[in-house]
Design a binder for this molecule. Structure first.
Ligand SMILES: *[C@@H]1O[C@H](CO)[C@@H](O)[C@H](O)[C@H]1NC(C)=O
Ligand SMILES: *[C@@H]1O[C@H](CO)[C@@H](O)[C@H](O)[C@H]1NC(C)=O
Ligand SMILES: *[C@@H]1O[C@H](CO)[C@@H](O)[C@H](O)[C@H]1NC(C)=O
Ligand SMILES: *[C@@H]1O[C@H](CO)[C@@H](O)[C@H](O)[C@H]1NC(C)=O
Ligand SMILES: *[C@@H]1O[C@H](CO)[C@@H](O)[C@H](O)[C@H]1NC(C)=O
Ligand SMILES: *[C@@H]1O[C@H](CO)[C@@H](O)[C@H](O)[C@H]1NC(C)=O
Ligand SMILES: *[C@@H]1O[C@H](CO)[C@@H](O)[C@H](O)[C@H]1NC(C)=O
Ligand SMILES: *[C@@H]1O[C@H](CO)[C@@H](O)[C@H](O)[C@H]1NC(C)=O
Length: 301
């Protein structure tokens, strides 16, 4: 194949990554540039006009190409946003070329804005008030139950990723700025579809019970989440809600977490803690017993 052919084939992959409705067509490539109504996909001219250099640079780099190809395979999936995130963490994470391309597309409005994934069920005034310093929750917390699980309206299933944990580590001693080292694998229901992936956020407590997360390594900046602790009946058990956004749209979820070693098995949640979580969940309009359950007992990291 000539360079020009390789280039145009790969360009089409990029286009398919940004164009929700474009269809892959094995025999021709024209269809790829058309949406269901037969119009040229809106992102395509935007990409050509505004991001041709980052696109070329990306396509000449194998890991950037791989990430873009991975994105192209997410298109049209119900969990498209989560799928794109996994592509970034698996293939694009260390590729500055990939980040530049995505950021260029975002900055110029070439990416479609997605509808909200999940509902933000709590605001800052809904939190418990006795979490005021991150030193109170230092350590590794495992996610045992989740709210964003792939049900209708919550397609990403962010909270059903297997082996998901947060580790709160102090950044320095001068103030209360901490880092959350997050790990999980892609997939759901205890079955990993990717290796363990890592991402990092700066965390600070902005109001009692409210943790502000600013991701330091997201595919698109800024990515900010407010975590609102709704229940903390035992030092090692928490129920929180998170409401976040990236430049392509808002999302939300929530989790039951523990840092108790014995608590890695969801079965050992103290009875009074579970009664409290069930009651708090009801107050905020969701059902504790319908939250998706993860068994992290055999997760290694
Ligand atoms: C692929 O695209 C070509 C040209 O647009 C079209 O004639 C053909 O029917 C398409 N094939 C499929 C499987 O959609
Ligand atoms: C190029 O980017 C600008 C914003 O920087 C945007 O207004 C314009 O619509 C983009 N071009 C195309 C063809 O979409
Ligand atoms: C990114 O690079 C770091 C340092 O070389 C490496 O430890 C990590 O595994 C890489 N991450 C990915 C997703 O390739
Ligand atoms: C926060 O949520 C509570 C219900 O939990 C509601 O009564 C209150 O009006 C909300 N406050 C704001 C500022 O939205
Ligand atoms: C999760 O996997 C188990 C088997 O490992 C299966 O019995 C269960 O139905 C699955 N649950 C969901 C919600 O897919
Ligand atoms: C995270 O915190 C460090 C140290 O305070 C800071 O240098 C960096 O800019 C922060 N990153 C983001 C994305 O806010
Ligand atoms: C936080 O305060 C609540 C009362 O509002 C109390 O029941 C709970 O035990 C406290 N949690 C911790 C970890 O101190
Ligand atoms: C979790 O998985 C472990 C094995 O990895 C198993 O022994 C344990 O019974 C499981 N717990 C629950 C509540 O299913």
């Amino acid at each position: 194949m000539t360079f020009a052919t390789v280039f145009s084939l790969n360009l089409l992959l990029v286009v398919s990554c940004i164009s929700y409705s474009a269809q892959f067509n094995k025999s021709g490539n024209v269809a790829l540039l058309k949406d269901k109504g037969g119009l040229v996909a809106p992102g395509f001219s935007c990409l050509l006009v505004n991001c041709s250099l980052p696109t070329t640079t990306c396509l000449l780099d194998s890991s950037c190409r791989e990430a873009v190809h991975c994105n192209s395979e997410c298109q049209g999936k119900t969990n498209e946003e989560a799928c794109n995130l996994l592509c970034e963490l698996t293939y694009g994470y260390n590729s500055s070329k990939y980040r530049h391309l995505l950021q260029c597309m975002s900055d110029h409005g070439c990416l479609p804005v997605s509808p909200p994934d999940g509902i933000c069920v709590a605001n800052d005034s809904s939190t418990i008030k006795n979490l005021t310093s991150l030193s109170q929750i230092k350590g590794k917390w495992w996610i045992l139950r989740g709210l964003n699980c792939g049900q209708r309206g919550w397609p990403a299933a962010f909270d059903y990723f297997p082996c998901q944990r947060d580790e709160f580590v102090p950044l320095g001693t001068h103030n209360d700025v901490w880092v959350d080292h997050i790990a999980y694998c892609g997939g759901r229901n205890n079955t990993c579809s990717t290796p363990i992936l890592y991402t990092v956020a700066n965390v600070s407590i902005t109001k009692p019970g409210v943790m502000n997360h600013v991701y330091t390594d997201p595919p698109l900046t800024p990515q900010i989440e407010e975590w609102r602790v709704l229940s903390w009946p035992h030092p090692d058990w928490m129920l929180y809600i998170y409401c976040g956004a990236t430049p392509t749209g808002p999302y939300a979820g929530g989790s039951v977490v523990t840092r108790a070693d014995s608590g890695k098995d969801v079965g050992v949640i103290p009875v009074y803690v579970e009664i409290e979580f069930r009651s708090v969940a009801k107050q905020f309009g969701f059902n504790y017993d319908e939250m998706c359950v993860s068994n992290v007992t055999s997760c290694s990291d």
